[in-house]
Design a binder for this molecule. Structure first.
Ligand code: ZN
Length: 75
């Protein structure tokens, strides 16, 4: 008792390569734990959630990145 219940989010790490300068970067995203939230990397790839993730290259400030790997999730 007395401990606040942590807000449940599912954390993923996106590995993104800039399509302009090919610099690789890592972006951490958290998905709210809702009924149809993606819980693993496969579900995240299939979901529309990634469409809403904004990316900006830290090197050339390009806005187009290609996701080549995802880690994290609950499973
Ligand atoms: Zn770039």
């Amino acid at each position: 008792m007395g401990l606040a219940v942590a807000k449940s989010n599912v954390a993923f790490t996106l590995h993104i390569r800039c399509v302009n300068c090919y610099r690789e970067s890592v972006k951490c995203v958290e998905v709210p734990m809702v009924d149809d939230a993606p819980l693993d990397t496969d579900e995240l790839m299939e979901s529309a959630y990634l469409d809403g993730v904004r990316y900006r290259c830290g090197s050339c400030e390009g806005l187009a990145g290609q996701i080549f790997g995802i880690s994290g999730g609950l499973r």
